[in-house]
Design a protein around this ligand. Sequence first.
Ligand code: ADP
Length: 537
Amino acid sequence: MRISPHTPRLPGWEQLLHRLQRGEPLELPSRQEAAILTLVTDGKGDRRTILGRLVLSLTRLEDIHSAIVIHDTKRSQEVLATTISRKRSQALIELPILQRLINSRRTVQEKITAADPWLNERCRCIFAMSLGEAKTGYRLVLLLRSPFSEERLAYLRLVSRLIGLGLQNQDLAEQIRREAESVASLTRQLSEGMAILDDQFVIKYWNRPMQRLTGWSPAAAVGQSIFSILTPADNGDTLRSALSQLTEQPRENLFRQEIGLLSKSRVQRWVELAGSAIRDHNQQVHQYILLARDVTEHKLLEERKNEFISIATHELRTPITAIKGYLSLMERDASSLSDKHKGYLERATAANNRLIKLAEDLLLSVQVEEDRLRLNLRPINLAVVVSKVVRDLTPKALAKDLLLNYTSPNFVTWVVGDEEKVQQIFENLIDNAIKYTPRGAIDVWFERSRSQDQTFIITHVRDSGIGISSKNYASIFEKFRRTHNTVEIRESGSGLGLFIVKSFVEKLGGKITLSSRIGKGTTFSVRLNSSEELVND
Ligand code: ADP
């Protein structure tokens, strides 16, 4: 018999629960039933206690012989509470008739037809229902002396919902406890510093590695503003602005930066900070999480490496410049040289020029790393600078039988920039386009775009060359990174060009992107802020 889902006689369960909580008398069919409800809803105890209380109290009703609660998961059916022995309960629920009822996940009662002497002797009906929502897997199985009346069914539905709520609460509490435990054990094992801040940047959690980094113990740090604890060595406000950026921009949820910090005892350490914002459903930040890693050693090593590069390159420069001088003297007298010797001279000049370029790039990369890049900013006409670079590099393209096409813009291309740096950006990009293109053409053109209040000038450099795999898009901008098999493509280079280009573009407030297809070609696009308005004023 399938049971209709309506409960015609009883008031809604919320209403009933409310009355129970207020201790009001209940107009239930019997006092026993009211007592059971009070028992099962007192909310005390863990899952097993609640269920134990339920099965025991149910058997106080004259029509119920015994009660079993099982937890039915994909893997097993575990008996959680029973008023008969566990062994017998297990054997009973394995009977095909009960398996069918349990698996149907509905509220069902059926006459006993199974030839089980124990069952046949004691009851006439079997009843099964889910406690709470079916998907939680809690099932109540009752052996009935007589079939349930409609009132009794309605009453049991109510009990099921109340118990279901209790179990759900228990499960949630258990889940929260387990999650809190795993977070706590994770943070204990973290070798990185970790801090949790509230929406006012007040420290709520501070772990031991954070103490090792900063000298501030958890007891001293918790309750303080992060800005009074983490003091930037340069008195700057990079941390404050990174955090406010997270607050103000709902789409920004992460930042990562290296900053120099002064510890409590005023010792400087370099720290890599990763911050993230936790938002509520209104996108308001209610917590910030900071992870900090000590990179002082790494930073010192980098500094020493840069120092070495600086010294070595300065030392190299003098002889290279001397060689350049002698080579140009020889070029002047080249008419007296044989063709063979002229060829040697040309090769020596080209090799020396490569050395000069390498020395310059090395020095520039050290300047970039040490943030010593000085910009001479003024409005410049981008098209004028780029067309000059194209002109200068055309012979190199023609020597490889490549077309170097330049399209003049039909709009003004004023940007605020450093002419020398802008020139170096496009020299590198167009030179690379020539280097990494065996045949075809290179196109250079401009585009103007607008977003909010800012106009941008985008310069595209497209080649039909060997292309770059998308997995290398980010890494080619790293120092000394060369992605192609240099023996195969036979192009010399240091892997510094794109690192310098990206640093320059970003220093100028711009952005560089690329799109590429292996074997088809690459397009680099440099976006710079237009200063059109400024020039027009
Ligand atoms: P390099 O001195 O090696 O040219 P870059 O930093 O300029 O150094 O470029 C880094 C790497 O990126 C190059 O070695 C090459 O593998 C790849 N690359 C740069 N530009 C292009 C391009 N236009 N087409 C294909 N690969 C390129």
